[in-house]
Design a protein around this ligand. Structure first.
Ligand code: AMP
Length: 214
């Protein structure tokens, strides 16, 4: 199964992608994670992308093309994948169409998770990530603990630079102006499956999996 998951920043697409990947035994390819790792490791890509990502803008399509071709041509993706964070522009969607056309037909699913903007701002300004295991938490669920409930990492929480309110509002603006047309592009072809992302995480996951028929 090849799944592409869409949604504005903060709708929980990364969390849902991880659940689906585990359930189906396919790799989770997150272009945001790839970029954040490159930034952390100060690779050439990371140095190029740092300012753009931290301001909540989009990394140019030609750079993203290299990343996505590399990731999807990996042997691990041979039996399927869940792609999270790509495509975000119409040109990226056309490149992905080309890649998909070379693979087994009729095994593609496009899912959009939907949440309203004010709920997104509320969620993201309260979001912390564990730098050891990558799990995401809401500050209020942590009850002031500094130990990660998932991996027991000590003092491992950090707030993503692009989770500041001004940057979040810019990311939402970029989503509505540039990525919404991509959702419309797949919607017009009747390929898009829409899921309400305002429900609890496990309920959203249940709805996604049921719409995928698994
Ligand atoms: P995400 O974790 O998917 O929200 O991505 C975090 C950031 O990485 C985005 O705000 C962009 O700056 C950058 N990014 C991730 N995927 C893409 C993409 N497909 N095209 C351009 N920029 C991207």
């Amino acid at each position: 199964m090849r799944i592409v998951i869409f949604g504005a920043p903060g709708v929980g697409k990364g969390t849902q992608a991880k659940i689906i990947a585990t359930k189906l035994g396919i790799p989770h390819i997150s272009t945001g994670d790839i970029l954040r790792n490159a930034i952390k490791n100060e690779t050439r890509l990371g140095l190029e992308a740092k300012k753009i990502v931290e301001a909540g803008n989009l990394v140019p399509d030609d750079i993203m093309a290299g990343i996505v071709k590399d990731a999807l041509s990996d042997k691990l993706c041979q039996n399927g994948f869940i792609l999270d964070g790509y495509p975000r522009t119409l040109d990226q969607a056309k490149l992905l169409d080309n890649i998909m056309q070379q693979l087994e037909p009729d095994n593609e699913y496009y899912i959009a998770i939907e949440v309203n903007d004010e709920e997104i701002v509320r969620r993201l300004t309260n979001r912390l990530t564990c730098k050891v295991c990558g799990s995401i938490f809401n500050i209020s669920d942590l009850n002031d603990t500094t130990i990660c409930p998932k991996c027991n990492g000590v003092n491992s929480f950090y707030k993503r630079k692009d989770d500041d309110e001004g940057v979040i509002r810019n990311r939402l603006l970029v989503f509505h102006s540039t990525t919404q047309p991509v959702l419309d592009y797949y919607g017009k072809q009747n390929k898009m499956i829409f899921v309400d992302g305002s429900l609890p995480v496990d309920k959203v996951a249940e709805n996604v999996l049921s719409k995928l028929g698994v």
